[in-house]
Design a protein around this ligand. Structure first.
Ligand code: 13P
Ligand code: SF4
Length: 386
């Protein structure tokens, strides 16, 4: 951890000015803010962040763990979220939920996203008006009172609020199975639903549901650009899980032939992938899990284990550095990097933290009260199922 050599500096005039500083200068400036704010500041970092950013995070985790950290935060008054937009929104909702606000005498935790352009292309594949339109169309064909919406946490707060209002649940890659199980068995006040509508990631939805014995025939994919999602009334009536036509452009790059290539070249290799990978890759893998589960699998493996890992490049490279006793390969021959996560760099972090310390915050993420209220309903369900 770097040592501060300076007092907190007054903010420079805009992000451009920070871009001209060296990493060492930026680290010192960031550290000075951390020292000055102490436990009032919490820097959260997702595992896909670049090394120089993750080194400065107070806590790091996968989406589920980071949500829990935001929900449990006691002393902090500001969170700098080194991740993407939906994660910062979730942190805002959870850290400012009514009982937390009451404990703090109404004082909000301010959440900042160092670069507002750090979005998630998958989350952007489902807009609230498209979801509402799909729901309206579905209500003409099936009983939507018994259709339970499940949204992956990689979605805008407006979608989480929709899910909260319609008796559904948010899930992450680490509890998707439990969330779908909840939808079939415990939603609707305990009677459970007949069907699930899962958005925005078709792959996580499909991979999880296949593992629960639901077949592809029972999982039409809803294309928001087509009438009835490009499906038929018959198909929708027979469905168990309606999948949204969304995907992660990073994980979509891993292919079955990459798995075959590693298996041929490196007998005994273990293929470990994130469940956002397409079905054909997921099914060929030996293990799968959230970013947190991937790290845990590598940490607990015996020295000499060979891995081909299918998830974002920064995390795989960090695992390689941290585990020289194991042989770790990236599952794809091409670069699969999350360009939006990568937008968070030391310059943006220093810029947002110095403005926070100076009382002139930039890039605050504040979810409106009504959206936050309904999102919270669905997020609290998520935190209860595991
Ligand atoms: P995790 O919940 O596994 O950290 O995944 C988040 C994400 O966006 C993966 O693309
Ligand atoms: Fe979104 Fe994919 Fe990036 Fe995760 S890796 S934040 S799903 S674009």
């Amino acid at each position: 951890m770097p040592t501060a050599t300076t007092d907190v500096q007054p903010p420079l005039d805009g992000i451009r000015a920070y871009k001209s500083l060296s990493n060492a200068q930026l680290r010192d400036r960031i550290q000075a803010v951390r020292d000055a704010m102490g436990p009032e500041l919490l820097i959260l970092g997702h595992h896909y962040q670049q090394d120089e950013v993750i080194e400065l995070a107070d806590l790091r985790g996968d989406s589920y763990q980071l949500s829990q950290m935001a929900a449990d935060s006691e002393r902090c008054r500001a969170i700098a979220f080194c991740g993407v937009h939906f994660m910062a929104e979730t942190a805002d909702i959870l850290s400012n939920r009514p009982e937390k606000l009451a404990q703090r005498g109404g004082q909000r935790v301010r959440v900042v996203l160092p670069d507002l352009a750090a979005g998630c292309s998958m989350a952007d594949m489902a807009a609230i008006d498209q979801i509402e339109d799909a729901w309206d169309q579905l209500s003409e064909v099936i009983d939507t009172d018994r259709l339970i919406p499940v949204t992956y946490i990689n979605s805008a707060a407006s979608l989480k609020a929709f899910v909260g209002r319609h008796g559904g649940i948010v899930c992450t890659s680490s509890n998707a199975r439990a969330a779908i199980d909840w939808a079939f068995n415990e939603a609707n006040g305990g009677s459970g639903g007949d069907r699930v509508m899962f958005f925005p990631d078709q792959h996580l939805g499909r991979n999880t549901a296949l593992g629960m014995g639901i077949t592809n025939d029972q999982m039409p994919v809803w294309d928001p650009h087509q009438e009835l999602g490009g499906s038929t009334e018959e198909r929708l009536r027979q469905s168990k899980v309606i999948l949204w036509r969304g995907h992660c452009s990073v994980h979509q790059m891993f292919k079955a032939e990459h798995v075959a290539m590693f298996r041929e070249r490196q007998p005994g290799i273990r293929v470990l992938v994130h469940p956002e990978c397409p079905q054909e890759v997921f099914e060929l893998a030996d293990q799968s899990g959230s970013t947190g589960a991937i790290i845990k699998a590598v940490r607990s493996a015996p020295p000499g284990t060979k891995w081909a890992i299918g998830t974002e490049l920064h995390l795989v490279n960090r695992l390689k550095q941290e585990h020289p006793e194991q042989e770790i390969h990236f599952l794809s021959p091409v670069v699969c990097m999350c360009a939006t996560m990568y937008r968070i760099d030391l310059a943006h972090l220093a810029w947002s933290l110095e403005n926070l310390a100076a009382g002139t915050p930039v890039n605050s993420i504040e979810v409106d009260e009504e959206t936050a209220k309904w999102s919270l309903v669905a997020l609290e369900r998520m935190l209860q199922v595991r």
